[in-house]
Design a protein around this ligand. Structure first.
Ligand code: SF4
Length: 306
């Protein structure tokens, strides 16, 4: 079947002085129509950088990226949108909701004024906001309402896929749950695909069918959410699950056992997780593990997997 987006051996990062810091190293992935894929890992693992690459907000340095069948241009396109965690930073405080939601259409020079207004109303309706919001400013709204506006800004472009970067982590539990419900409804209604970046594994399990686990710029495990969470094949995934036990988050124990992630400028040799891994064997230090299949579609890059 046709992928909405397909990346092969992607590398991306940021300039730092006259060097560049790699944040994504050799990632391959694809997303199908209507599918919700999670990207999990600690902060600094490269999730947001990868999300930006997929959304055309950051060019990749190496590898190939296709949107549909076409090579990506490295610029934003309507088909792929991104929504960030804290939209109060992403929304221009001087613009009304109407202008904020309309912006993408204006930039792409689409439709006349009347049609754009109709599209704004449709997008607001889709995220559960009434016409009264058109003249409000971001500071006049709650965090949950601002996240809805951010989603409406994405939806007005009629995307095939939305990259959601920690979409509910700035919200309280109830507001977050309502927003997640809406995200699920939009997926069904519009056949939307998502790449959801989250550190919250309960959220991932609620929304996504597939998960990719990132560690220091690389995907170390991927597969159906149920399989990966029930039977992790990489010790890093196991560590994440121990730190955020499911299903009862109240059982969360403080996690100190494995130490902090190493310096990403000089990543460890072999398996990058080896300094923190409780099961490391001699070759883990020398040889980067390839993917081993644990069950159909469930793969882990660990010497001891499979
Ligand atoms: Fe641990 Fe070795 Fe597997 Fe890496 S390859 S997760 S160090 S056992």
């Amino acid at each position: 079947s046709e992928y909405i987006i397909e990346g092969k051996n992607l590398f991306a990062g940021y300039p730092a002085g006259h060097k560049w810091v790699k944040a994504v190293e050799g990632v391959s992935l694809n997303v199908q129509s209507g599918e919700a894929v999670a990207l999990v890992g600690e902060s600094g693992s490269g999730k947001t950088t990868l999300g930006k690459v997929l959304a055309g907000l950051l060019p990749h340095r190496q590898g190939r990226l296709y949107i549909g069948q076409k090579p990506a241009t490295g610029r934003p396109v309507g088909e792929i949108q991104m929504v960030f965690q804290d939209s109060s930073a992403a929304l221009n405080p001087r613009l009304t909701v109407g202008k904020l939601v309309e912006e993408g259409l204006v930039i792409h020079g689409e439709r006349n004024k009347k049609e754009r207004l109709q599209a704004v109303m449709d997008a607001l309706t889709a995220v559960g906001l009434t016409a009264e919001y058109v003249n409000r400013f971001p500071h006049q709204m709650s965090g949950g309402e601002r996240q809805r506006v951010a989603l409406a800004r994405a939806l007005i472009m009629q995307p095939k896929m939305v990259v959601l970067d920690e979409p509910v982590s700035a919200l309280d539990v109830t507001t977050g749950a309502q927003l997640l419900q809406m995200i699920g409804d939009l997926q069904k209604k519009y056949g939307l695909a998502y790449v959801m970046i989250s550190h919250n594994l309960a959220v991932v399990r609620h929304v996504c069918s597939r998960v990719m686990v990132m560690y220091m710029g690389k995907i170390v495990e991927k597969g159906p959410v149920a399989d990966v969470f029930a039977k992790p094949g990489h010790y890093y995934t196991e560590m994440l699950l121990e730190a955020h036990p499911l299903p009862d988050p109240r059982l969360r124990k403080d996690f100190t056992g494995y130490g902090d992630p190493p310096d990403s400028v000089k990543p460890p040799s072999g398996c990058r997780f080896h300094p923190r891994c409780r099961a490391a064997v001699a070759k883990c230090k020398r040889i980067p593990p390839g993917f081993a299949e644990i069950s159909p579609g469930h793969l882990a890059a660990c010497h001891l997997a499979g």
